[in-house]
Every structure is written in C-alpha cells, then in structure tokens.
Design a protein around this ligand. Structure first.
Ligand SMILES: [Zn+2]
Length: 573
C-alpha cells in the first residue's frame, strides 16, 4: 500500500544551526534552492512516504508558483527520487463552498502533464452536508448534491477523453475521483468511470467521515472494482483521499485499497495539544514548548501591552533553552529543567493550565534518545522543542518515519516481478508496460495469474528501463540484458537494487541473465527475494516450459505472503 504525504511546502533548512538557533547562510541567500523536503533527509530505504500529493489549489493563481511548476517539472524541483511517486489533485476542500470547481479539465490536464506527475486526479466537487455562503452556513439541497455528483463524474469522463485526444498515453495516469453521499452513490460513480476506461479510482470526501463510514464506502467501492476487474480482465487501483485516523489503514489494506494520503501525523507535530512526538504506535509525547520570544505574535502582544519586559523575557527564554539542553546532557536534574521551562512558558504565554505534568512526562522519558531515525540521531533534544519551523517540521518528519515503519510492518510492501520480453507490442507511442509486453505468451500467463491479486505491486524488470510498474507508459525498445556491457549491467543492477530497497518482500519469475542478476541481488539481506522457477519444485531443467508451469506456484506463494500480512491496527496514530 502506497502512502502519500500531501505537500504544503513542508521544507526545512538542511544546515540550520540548532545551538545558535540560526538559519544557514545558504538558506538566507536562496531558500528555494537550499531548503529540502523530508525525502532529502532520509536514505532511500528509510524515506517515510511512498509519494507526494500536490494540490492545484496550493498553487495560488498569480503567485508565479504555477509558472515555475511549468518551467521545471515538480519532480525535479522537489528533487524527488525516481523510486517515489508524484500525484496531483485539485484540492477540492479548497473550493467546497463554491458552486462549481474553479478549474476546467483542459487547464488541469496541462498542469498535470507539464508538472511531470505520475498520477493526476480528475476534477471533483465535494458533496458535503452544508456549505458556507456569504458567511452563513446552510445545508446543501438534494438537487445540489446530485449536481455535484454529476459535475464530478462528467469531469472524470472529460479529462480522460481529453488525454486520449491529446495522445498523452497515460502521462499522467489518470485517477477518476468519485464523490457521493452514501455507498450506493459512490459505487454508481465508480462504475461510470470504470466504464469509461479508468483503471484507477480515487475516493474523495471522506476526510471528515467517521471510521465506520469510511470503511463502508471503501468496502462497497472495492467490491465493485474487483468484480469489474474480474469481468473486464483489468487491474484497477483504489486510492482514498485524506485519511486522518491511521487506525483504519490496516483495515483499508485488507479491503484492497492500494494507496492513501494523510497529513495528520506531520501536522500534529506542531498543531496537537499533547501528541506532538510519536515514539511508537502506543506512545506519544507533548513537545516542549519554548517559542521564540521575538517571533510569536502572542508573545509580541503581551510585550506590547507592557505585561512583560522584553529583556527579562529574553533572559528567561535563554534559561529555558539551556535547561532543556543541559537536562539532555545529564547536567541538570529533571525538576530544575521543568522549573526553568515552565517559568518562561508562564512569562511568555501566561497561565495556560498545568503544563508541568506533560513537561515532566516528556523530559523524564527522553524519547529522542530512543528513536533511531536519522533526524533524532542528528539533532537530539532539539527535535522535541516546539520552536520554529526547523524543529517543528523535523518532528513531523520523524512522526512520518515512525508511522511508515509501522505501516510496513503491518502491511509489508510486496513487489512481484517478471523479466521483460523480446516480443512487444509494436506501437511506436508510449504504452503501459502490461500492454507493451502483452504479445508474449509467458508475460500473458504471468499477468493473468497476478493481475487480480491485491496488496502487491506488479512490475517488469527491463534491460532498458530497470523496474517498470505495470501501469507505467514506456516507448517501444529493443534492448536485451544479454547485449549490455559489463558496465551497463552494473548500472542496471544498481538501479534495480534502489527500487528493491523500498520493499519488504520481492518475488521474481524469470530466466537467464535476469535470473542471475536477481539471484545476486537476493544475496543481500534486504529485502527478501524469492525466485521462480525453483529447483525444488521440479525434477527437470529450469527452462521456459518450467517457468510457465511454476507461475501458479508463484501466485500461491504471493497469496500466502499477502494473507500473512496484516494484524492488529495502529491504535494510536
Ligand atoms: Zn526520530
């Protein structure tokens, strides 16, 4: 299951000077070039998400940002590794109160195609119970709800047809967004879009729904998708937009949901009252609040009112920071640290309940010492301080890392691969991989055996492109692994190993040089690679006939691995 993090320009200064509390010179000179997103702070196998979701609404018209997005693809601008996915949607919550979405399909398709996105979501319109009109909340009528449903479905059809007319060949792969007010209306929308030719459905409008409601809709749509997939022989993915309670995630995986997005664990790092830092799936801590006396608007207001002298406040702030740091070093005891921090808190923010209890709990546990993420290892106690973007966002990245680890434990990432074939579909323009290789009997057999299996990624190992996801459009080419030079082979091997890093279990079915390469990669400990055809399943030599004969065996092994995953939910997240 792929986890996408919605992007709200979540960047930090990679060289921020924590002891001096100062941004780096590079950041001051050119923040746009210097600042990094979370994926640049973690090694590839540890990046705490599988993709980034960008909303068109975050590109305010006239802000010039859109222009920049077109000049260079966002993938380049975000310096997003090839192994991660880039998805774009319209950000329908941003125009929920309007009569109609403020975009049209032409414009959105331009945005998606120019931005270099892997996935682009059709324009949807939220079906909510009430909207705000002229500052007054009023309910949506039944007719209005139906109209929004129509707008969403029609937009879905329109953008897919436009993309076909423009021969975009699945660049980006379009996600048909659906909205509804009950299971039946969601399913009806999904069926319309599937009938139009979509192989990816995205369920919107559930961000504020109760857990039971999310699960009911997801189950109904997933059932309909799977039955459609069986009838049509198509593999269909399912995304859920805006998950806020991570509890549902394992259940969603079980239902066959293939991806979801959520910003909540990132943003809780600074927005939650007392769950700012997750140590694991059971334990969360409040951050230690030592806000900047010179930057907080609340503090500035207190200073302006004359309640507190600026110099005095600054001294208390310095004491509080020193107390936290010295406590972490073991040079100050717990009560002294709590007292110094609470003193500044009271002076800066006034009386706001008993903060000492949370403070004591966090400091006593020293959770930053127990976390193995690269950020906690590098900046230590600074990560727990609620103070400025560079600490708060890093704490959010840490939360994502903890969550993603648990997610992978609960729903292991499984990749099922086969090698590319010499026989290919001859069309010159790009074709999704599963169609490109569809002329080969062996590939067809492999595809038919696996296309309906949920909970796995399917891909082709290509001498030209490395690991190609089944849906990814590729040009026609003629390159065989046997023809590669030693250097090219090593380069391919490196490329493939980078992809494998992001998985917990890999199945490969193939022969010859491809098999040899995968056998070599399987020797490294991470991840586990299971190779087919297997000697122990046969008394004859492992040739093409045997490979074909063992494809159902591989399917069996894959199904077993999928059903072994899962388990108890993520209670706390
Ligand atoms: Zn950490």
């Amino acid at each position: 299951m792929d986890y996408f993090v919605p992007d709200w320009n979540d960047v930090v200064d990679p060289w921020f000077n924590f002891p001096l509390d100062k941004p780096s010179g590079e950041h001051l000179r050119d923040p746009a070039k210097t600042d990094v997103r979370a994926h640049e702070l973690f090694p590839l196998g540890e990046i705490p998400y599988d993709g980034i979701l960008v909303s068109r609404m975050t590109f305010a018209p006239g802000a010039g940002v859109l222009q920049k997005a077109r000049e260079a693809s966002l993938r380049l601008r975000f310096r997003l590794p090839d192994e991660l996915l880039l998805m774009a949607d319209c950000g329908a919550w941003g125009y929920v109160d309007r009569d109609e979405p403020p975009f049209d399909s032409e414009e959105i398709l331009d945005f998606y195609a120019d931005g270099g996105f892997d996935y682009g979501v059709s324009i949807d319109h939220m079906i909510v119970d009430s909207i705000i009109e002229d500052d007054i909340t009023r309910p949506l009528t039944k007719e209005e709800k139906e109209r929004r449903w129509d707008i969403t479905v029609e937009n879905g059809k329109e953008i897919l047809n436009l993309s076909r007319k423009r021969h975009l060949n699945g660049k980006p792969r379009l996600v048909g967004a659906i909205q509804g007010w009950n299971e039946e209306s969601y399913v009806r929308a999904a069926e319309q879009l599937l009938g139009e030719g979509y192989d990816f459905i995205g369920i919107g409008g559930l961000a504020r729904a109760p857990t039971s409601g999310i699960l009911r809709v997801a189950a109904a749509v997933s059932r309909s998708i799977q039955s459609y997939g069986r009838r049509s022989g198509r593999r269909i993915d399912l995304h859920i937009f805006g998950i806020t309670r991570m509890k549902v995630v394992s259940e969603l995986a079980r239902l066959g949901v293939t991806s979801f997005d959520s910003a909540s664990l990132l943003r809780k790092a600074w927005l939650s009252k007392d769950e700012n830092y997750y140590l694991d799936d059971k334990t969360a801590y409040a951050a230690v609040r030592i806000p900047h006396s010179s930057r907080s608007t609340r503090i500035r207001a207190r200073l302006a009112s004359g309640e507190m002298k600026s110099e005095r406040l600054h001294d208390l702030e310095t004491d509080a920071l020193a107390a936290a740091r010295n406590y972490a070093l073991g040079e100050v005891d717990l009560e002294m640290a709590v007292s110094a921090i609470a003193k500044y808190d009271f002076a800066a923010l006034g009386l706001r309940g008993d903060i000492r209890r949370d403070l004591r709990r966090t400091l006593r546990a020293k959770p930053w010492e127990q976390c193995a993420c690269p950020l906690c290892c590098k900046i230590g106690v600074e990560i727990i301080l609620h103070r400025g973007n560079d600490r708060n966002r890093r704490r959010g990245f840490h939360n994502l890392w903890v969550f993603h680890k648990y997610l992978r434990k609960l729903v292991p990432r499984i990749l099922v691969l086969t090698n590319c074939t010499q026989k290919k579909h001859g069309r010159r323009s790009d074709l999704p991989a599963y169609l490109r290789y569809s002329k080969s009997d062996t590939f067809q057999l492999w595809w038919k055996n696996l296309r309906e299996v949920r909970g796995i990624d399917l891909g082709v190992l290509s001498a030209e492109h490395g690991v190609v996801p089944w849906w990814k459009p590729i040009p026609n080419y003629n390159k065989r692994i046997e023809e590669l030079s030693q250097e090219e082979k090593l380069r391919l091997e490196k490329k493939v190993s980078m992809v494998l890093l992001r998985y917990d279990l890999v199945f490969f079915s193939g022969l010859g040089e491809y098999g040899r390469m995968m056998r070599k990669l399987a020797l490294s400990a991470n991840p586990r690679v299971e190779l087919f055809p297997k000697k122990e399943l046969s008394s004859r030599k492992l040739d093409l006939l045997e490979l074909k004969r063992q494809i159902p065996d591989m399917r069996g092994a894959v199904l077993k691995a999928v059903s072994a995953s899962g388990g108890r939910g993520l209670d706390l997240f």
